[in-house]
Structures are given as structure tokens and as C-alpha cells.
Write a protein that binds this ligand. Structure first.
Ligand code: NAP
Length: 223
């Protein structure tokens, strides 16, 4: 039976590339992000194996509705990629903007938790896989980076979730890229990791046999 992958932050960058790669590999893909038009265009490009589910993943009712629609449409979930995330425009602590921190923490931490909380009952049924986008910034210390600190949370959470999920045969992987050429940055970064490179790594993690669990993939630019 065709497997289903639900992706948050699927409209651009890493999420959109992963949607294309997963569909290419024969998965159904449920695409979550706020930008309705971009999401529908992507789903249209991919075809019948894609379902656009516009929503704000920081709003639990919207997230729950999208997950329910994905499950109703495809019959269940085999994998979830909690990938939606953002940075801040004011760097550092002293010069930082607490309002921006609040919104970023809501997305990078609380929405990842909500995505796991809402999808685990479905993944349990399929002994499924939860993948989450961490960062190099969640493994190293970067001067004053609150963004990096949210990814340190993701790094710790992914390991703890892996231990919880293994009790019922589930698996969890954190992907920790260095700089990736996506709309995360205002300027193109053609020499850095391409979103398709990350998508390939996600598909690698998802395609391992029962004997091997990929817990973390750290990927850096080749320059
Ligand atoms: N680019 C890098 O160098 C890099 C490195 C390490 C880790 N990461 C991480 O990789 C992940 C993906 O980022 P990216 O580089 O691919 O950048 P991106 O192209 O900006 O992707 C971010 C995605 O998150 C979605 N999103 C933002 N807020 C949302 C919300 N409230 N509800 C639902 N979706 C939301 C965006 O879509 P909408 O705006 O349509 O909602 C978009 O699809 C993030 O977690 C980021 O922290 C990026």
C-alpha cells in the first residue's frame, strides 16, 4: 500500500523539495503551510499523490483539522516531517526583540511539539517515523542566537522522542543542516546545500530497513 508522509513547512525550501522527492519515490504527501496558492501550485505539479492543506501550524485547531483531512484522504500516516521553522531579524540577546522570540519559539518549539502530539496516535498505528528539522545551529554555540537555542531544543527533543517511539517500534530522526539555499535567506546561496540534498537525506532516513534507525543526519555545505 502507498505510504503517506505529512510535511509541515511544505510550501518552499526544504519542505517543498522533500514533497517532490517523496512523491517521486512513490509516497503520498500531505502538504502543510500557510501560503495557500503556493501550496496548491506545488500539489498541482505533483499530482494526485499530493494534498494541499493550508494552515498555520501554530494554531492547534488548524493543525488538527489538517491532520484529520490528511488521514481521511490517504487512510493514515506512515511518516511526519516537522520542518516548519523560522529565524529572527534582530540578532543577539541585548539587541534582540522579545516579540520576535515569542513567535519563533511558538513555531520552532511549540508547533513541533504540537505536531508530534497530534500525529503520534496515527504513527503508532503504522509503527511510523517522525522526522524533524534541527540545525547545525542546534549543535554548536553561536553568539547570542535565540534561533540556535530553539534548534538545541529540537535536537534534545528528537532524541527523547526517539526513545519514546522505540517502545512501540516507531522511529525518530533529526536532520541538522548547515546553510541551505532556501527562502530562509533573502539572498540566493548557490554554493551552499541545496534543498534537494536535504530531501535526499530525508528519503534515505525514511527508507532504512527494520534493523537500522537513522537517529541524526548532520549535513554541511561542500565549500
Ligand atoms: N535554510 C537553512 O540554512 C536552514 C539550515 C538549518 C535548518 N533550517 C530549518 O529548515 C526548516 C525549513 O526552512 P527552509 O530553509 O526550507 O526555509 P523556508 O523556505 O523559509 O521554509 C519555511 C517553511 O515553513 C513554513 N511556515 C512558516 N511559518 C509557518 C506556520 N506558522 N505554519 C505553517 N507553516 C509555516 C513556510 O511556509 P508559509 O510561509 O507558507 O507558511 C515554509 O514552507 C526550518 O525549520 C529551518 O529552521 C534551515
Amino acid at each position: 500500500m502507498t505510504k503517506t508522509l505529512l510535511i509541515t513547512g511544505a510550501s518552499t525550501g526544504i519542505g517543498a523539495a522533500t514533497a517532490r522527492a517523496a512523491a517521486q519515490a512513490g509516497w503520498n504527501v500531505a502538504l502543510l503551510a500557510r501560503s495557500k496558492d503556493t501550496l496548491e501550485e506545488l500539489a498541482g505539479d505533483i499530482g494526485d499523490s499530493a494534498l494541499a492543506l493550508p494552515c498555520d501550524v501554530t494554531q492547534r485547531d488548524e493543525l488538527d483539522r489538517a491532520i484529520a483531512q490528511a488521514v481521511a484522504h490517504f487512510g493514515g500516516l506512515d511518516a511526519v516531517y516537522a520542518n516548519a521553522g523560522k529565524g529572527v531579524s534582530s540578532a543577539g540577546i541585548e539587541q534582540g526583540d522579545p516579540e520576535e522570540w515569542h513567535a519563533m519559539i511558538h513555531l520552532n518549539i511549540l508547533a513541533v511539539l504540537a505536531t508530534a502530539h497530534a500525529t503520534l496516535p496515527h504513527l503508532r498505528k503504522t509503527k511510523g517515523h517522525f522526522v524533524v528539522t534541527g540545525s547545525k545551529a542546534g549543535r554548536d554555540h553561536l553568539k547570542g542566537s535565540v534561533y540556535g537555542a530553539t534548534k538545541w531544543f529540537v535536537q534534545g527533543f528528537a532524541g527523547n522522542l526517539a526513545e519514546e517511539m522505540r517502545e512501540w517500534g516507531g522511529r525518530c530522526t533529526v536532520i541538522t543542516p548547515g546553510m541551505v539555499d532556501t527562502p530562509f535567506f533573502d539572498e540566493p546561496k548557490p554554493d551552499k546545500i541545496q534543498p534537494e540534498d536535504i530531501a535526499a537525506v530525508v528519503m534515505f532516513a525514511l527508507s532504512q530497513p527494520a534493523t537500522a534507525v537513522v537517529r541524526e543526519v548532520h549535513i554541511m555545505p561542500g565549500d
